[in-house]
Ligand binder design. Structure first.
Ligand code: NAP
Ligand code: ZN
Length: 351
């Protein structure tokens, strides 16, 4: 191993479900032969952090250090590390380990590992120790679950790509969003705004479906061709049967029956939002028109690297509001109120 040794990290943690985040320290595991020690420079605040901090999905492990949009610099490497060296610019997303042998791991879908992937936080690692996320000074991660942040992207705007970017890139690529395809992105938040940028860069005709027209100027500036308010019932009549692909990024339950009405015959609605309550669906909305309703969860490690290289090549970073660590609790309230343009990113030097 070379360079720094760190046994604990300063961090912002949720001590118990629904409690505000507090400054604390958490243990950092020793750097193993294939590990890298990362000095975290920036961490994005994903709505999933808020769902989990407040135990909205259940089974939360506390104290919890959220954060799975991690951008930093390698501070030390284990003796067998081949991919990274001290000083490299790196990122970590939602997962930090998996079995590496099941059919899903072998085809680059580690997020669906048959033994269960190890998530970056709110999880137990393969030795049974809790994992702690990006709202911290340092983290140790296996090099195979670490990706390289291209020089063309600054670390602060790159951080949100590690979750928001890959979560939209993966389904857009899979659906072959591109020239000649009409794509709608529902919800212009952290995920949605990256969806607009990536779908546009892939060559699709992009429509934003937002609750109101409040973000219209931003949506068009991000590259959208059209922008409609879903609070206006006329939108659903005007756009009926319009889209090859509708991607919902909405964090709250949505009337999918109505949104499937916007999908073309043979088209698809892909849901990536993870609301805390179930939704109901009139199944005639998929029967009539051979439509698909599918989901999509982040992406694999190689695909995450591909996404970062794509974003760097097209100059696509996130639109961010940089905050100090002592503003995280306030930022959570602002995300819930829809008052973020379009991702809060923590400056980890302020922890
Ligand atoms: P976000 O920044 O809060 O954006 C969500 C957007 O949804 C809001 O900006 C808002 O857009 C819209 N929205 C919110 N409440 C709504 C409501 N009641 N009705 C209609 N629209 C509403 O959140 P995010 O970080 O992008 O995350 C979005 C969701 O995706 C969360 O549930 C998160 O947990 C989930 N997620 C899933 C994955 C995955 O792998 N599938 C990965 C990351 C996150 P407008 O103001 O434009 O209407
Ligand atoms: Zn996320």
């Amino acid at each position: 191993m070379s360079q720094a040794t760190v046994t604990e990290a300063v961090a912002y943690a949720v001590p118990a479900a629904k409690a505000p985040l507090e400054r604390t320290t958490v243990p950092v595991r020793a750097v193993g032969p294939r590990d890298v020690l990362i000095e975290i420079k920036y961490a994005g605040i994903c709505h999933s952090d808020i769902h989990q901090a407040r135990d909205g999905w259940g089974e939360g492990i506390y104290p919890m250090v959220p954060g799975h949009e991690i951008a930093g610099v390698v501070a030390a490497v284990g003796g067998q590390v081949t991919k990274f060296a001290v000083g490299d610019r790196v990122g970590v997303g939602c997962l930090v380990d998996s079995c590496r042998a099941c059919e899903y791991c072998l085809r680059g879908e580690e997020q669906f590992c048959a033994e269960g992937p190890v998530f970056t936080y709110n999880a137990l690692d393969r030795n049974g120790a809790p994992t702690y996320g990006g709202y911290a000074g340092h983290v140790v991660v296996d090099e195979n679950y670490t990706v390289r942040i291209p020089d063309a992207l600054s670390l602060d705007v790159a951080a949100p790509l590690l979750c928001a970017g890959i979560t939209l890139y993966s389904p857009l690529k899979r659906a072959q969003a591109g020239p000649g395809k009409k794509v709608a992105i529902v919800g212009l938040g952290g995920l949605g705004h990256m969806g607009v940028k990536i779908a546009k860069a892939l060559g699709a005709e992009v429509t934003v479906l937002s609750q109101t027209l409040r973000k219209k100027d931003d949506g068009l500036a991000l590259g959208a061709d059209h922008f409609h308010a879903t609070a206006d019932p006329a939108t659903f009549e005007q756009l009926a049967g319009r889209f090859d692909l509708v991607v919902s990024t909405v964090s709250a339950p949505l009337d999918f029956t109505a949104y499937l009405g916007l999908v073309k015959t043979g088209g698809a609605l892909v849901n990536v939002g993870a609301p805390e309550e179930p939704v109901s669906l009139n199944l005639f909305s998929v029967i009539n028109g051979n439509k698909s309703l599918t989901g999509s969860m982040i992406g694999g490690i190689a695909e995450t690297q591909e996404m970062l290289d794509f974003c760097a090549g097209h100059g696509l970073g996130a639109e961010i509001e940089l905050i100090r660590a002592d503003q995280i609790n306030e930022a959570y309230e602002r995300v819930i109120a829809g008052d973020v343009r379009y991702r809060f990113v923590i400056d980890n030097s302020t922890i």
